[in-house]
Design a binder for this molecule. Sequence first.
Ligand code: EPU
Length: 358
Amino acid sequence: MTPVIQQNVSLRAFNTLALPSTAEYFCSVSEHSQLLQALEFARTSALVVTIIGGGSNIVLAGDIPGLVIQIDLRGVSHRYVTAAGNATGDLANAVDVTFAAGENWHQQVLFCLDQGWYGLENLSLIPGTMGAAPIQNIGAYGVELADRLISLQALDRQSGELVCFDRQSCEFGYRDSLFKHAGYDRYIIVDVTLRLSTKPEPNISYPALSAAVEAFCRREGLTSEAITPRLVSNLVSEIRRQKLPDPALLPNAGSFFKNPLLKQPQLNALLAQFEDMPNYPQPDGGAKIPAAWLIEQCGLKGAERGEVGVHDRQALVLINRGQASGAELLALAGEVRQSVEQRFAISLEIEPRIYGVN
Ligand code: EPU
């Protein structure tokens, strides 16, 4: 089927910040052939192409010229990994699951739990699509997508070919990948393969999660045997619901800033000045600092600026209180960055992708 390409389409419903923005041309593609046809339309009409998924990690700062393609490719397949043919035999409990890029992340986490495929439970309730997950290497509660990813396929817009990337070639880092740098605007991720385990191996190392698990077990009179991946998924979802606003009720894009990684000299200098600054040590001797703490110290937690604000339960989240424009939101982001820069000499990096800046 040929994709339906519409003109002047409102993108408000296609971004979880609910920012007003109009796409000059828009289409949603649910088949690979439709994606190719949409790209061909853009090429022959000399239109710039913007790719979106679930719209949960983008800031639409204005209208979007050219063609916006929403990736709605669907389908899930799997293959059990057997010990046979594998010299060490240590993969017998594994299953490789391939998800088309348009599949919803959280629905697939739940689907995998239902199948008895474990390893994604800590990443429960993250908004967005499978195809977007590798771009920012989604992570939460002690697990990152990079820990599970085996490979992904992407359409190379330069050559028109499908390219397979293994984990290493994705160049993953904290909230980072090749697709934010050299691969930006070049590759369109079409599917993602994750290696999951058929053996439950709950990871509750993240302090807030282990505290929640312990409290739950104490309350219910349970022992550590009762800690299943399903329980971890439920508790992670509960923590997220408490702290992070539901975009359907209070439009947001999750964490708006990355947690800064400081090198040792800067870390030591700041700790001498701010003794209680929380910090997570890194292998290089430096540390990751919760940006939410920095923002809170600047007195900006819960700040309201007209139609935009800093969430009152998680200072890392900027919210649209209803009728905000992208420009207002970016002005608040600028104020936050400036305050943190002035007080701590730390430059916060905006995490979501910004589109529509003239
Ligand atoms: N904190 C504050 N004030 C706040 C919130 C947090 O001071 O308002 C401090 C506390 O010291 C707290 C620490 O920050 O102990 C960590 O807070 P939290 O566990 O909420 O994690 P985070 O570092 O703020 C990161 C991710 C989240 C992810 C959580 C849990 C980034 C940019 N964000 O937030 O990811 O859910 O850890 O693992 O790394 C997202 O990317 O959209 C996202 C929500």
